[in-house]
Design a protein around this ligand. Structure first.
Ligand SMILES: NC(=O)c1ccc[n+]([C@@H]2O[C@H](COP(=O)([O-])OP(=O)(O)OC[C@H]3O[C@@H](n4cnc5c(N)ncnc54)[C@H](O)[C@@H]3O)[C@@H](O)[C@H]2O)c1
Length: 322
């Protein structure tokens, strides 16, 4: 039996594939639009565009020939700003790919699915700890496409023998190896690394929030901890009778924007000082995952610190630019 990772050549997928490989058989499906073959070495990989109408048949062939037991569906587009400019493209990429995966799984009787969702489904929640049963109200097409994906998975799981979980990742950063680095500057850590590398001060959006140092607080999860959560999710699915569940994947601890940037400036040896600018509209003061559900159900505990995360991201990025 093996695990299929769609989007396995991507940043997070590359980390998951590496972990799975140490444990057994893994196969990747990717169209390499943002992913790279360098991340997966000699793991079997099939170049399939999961939005295409031929995808279901090709996926069925992959599921059969590799005796797949579980699918981790990561393939998606993830840039919030781009999703606002190109909503049709985001809905197509993030929901059609998933529908094709579910169709192929059902046809081949593949029982287990882990779906990559996002804390973006919550939108701009009230400040503080966020629980899985809090209201979902995405504020951009990316978050909305993930929420539609969750509903699709839930409804198919209810009406078939597929058992599934949606994992709502909080803020993901870090790298488990230089070649697995996140190369797209789109979040606090990657944008700050880009700024420092170019000699620009990293930006802080507002320092007048009601938090310990006035800057926003978020839950940052190291990508290696996130990868091991997927292994734990498959274990959970193997032993659980539930057809569908949702889990927050974060550390349950908040770090401030200033704290993350100070760690970065320290590990990079930079003497730049963060530049404080206006708050961004809709940014809550504090958003941290309530992790009680995942702690009660998964055999998983995140072990990396914010320092580990920033240091590994910096080292990996510096390596990839050589
Ligand atoms: N990185 C984050 O901070 C974050 C946070 C929350 C959720 N997520 C979700 O995690 C997943 C992986 O994110 P990532 O950061 O590794 O992104 P990534 O862009 O590095 O990886 C996405 C992978 O999917 C592949 N892909 C995209 N469209 C495809 C298609 N039509 N057919 C086949 N393959 C396709 C890409 O080539 C790439 O390898 C996504 O579903 C994303 O929405 C990421």
């Amino acid at each position: 039996m093996s695990v299929l990772v769609t989007g396995g050549a991507g940043y997070i997928g590359g980390h998951i594939v590496r972990l799975l490989r140490e444990r057994g058989d893994v196969v990747v499906v990717d169209n390499f639009s943002t992913g790279s073959r360098d991340r997966i070495g000699d793991v079997p990989a099939h170049d399939i565009d999961l939005t295409a109408s031929y995808a279901v048949n090709e996926l069925r062939h992959v599921l059969r020939t590799h005796s797949v037991e579980a699918v981790i569906h990561m393939a998606a587009l993830k840039q919030v700003g781009e999703s606002v400019e190109q909503p049709l493209r985001y809905y197509r990429e993030n929901t059609q790919t998933l529908a094709h995966v579910l169709e192929a799984m059902e046809a081949e009787s593949v029982p287990l699915l882990v779906f990559s969702s996002s804390a973006a489904v919550y939108g701009s929640p009230e400040s503080g700890l966020v629980r899985e049963d809090d209201p979902t109200d995405p504020v951009n097409p990316y978050g909305a496409s993930k929420l539609v994906g969750e509903w699709l998975v839930r409804d198919v799981a209810r009406s078939t023998s597929i058992r599934a979980v949606s994992l709502r990742y909080f803020n993901v950063a870090g790298a488990g190896a230089p070649e697995l680095a996140d190369t797209v500057p789109a979040n606090l850590v990657t944008l700050a690394i880009e700024a420092v590398t170019e000699g620009r001060a990293p930006k802080i959006f507002g320092d007048d929030y009601d938090t310990s140092d006035g800057t926003g607080i978020r839950d940052y999860v190291h990508v290696q901890d996130l990868a091991s959560a997927h292994i734990a999710a498959i274990e959970y699915l193997r032993g659980s009778p539930a057809s569908y569940s949702v889990f927050n994947i974060g550390t349950g601890r908040g770090a401030s924007v200033r704290e993350v940037l100070c760690e970065l400036l320290d590990v990079s040896g930079s003497d730049l000082t963060p530049e404080v600018i206006e708050r961004r509209p809709g940014d809550p003061a504090e958003v941290v995952a309530d992790t009680s559900r995942v702690s009660a159900n998964f055999s998983w505990t995140p072990t990396h610190t914010v320092r580990d995360m920033v240091e590994s991201a910096w080292t990996a990025r510096a390596h990839s630019e050589r």
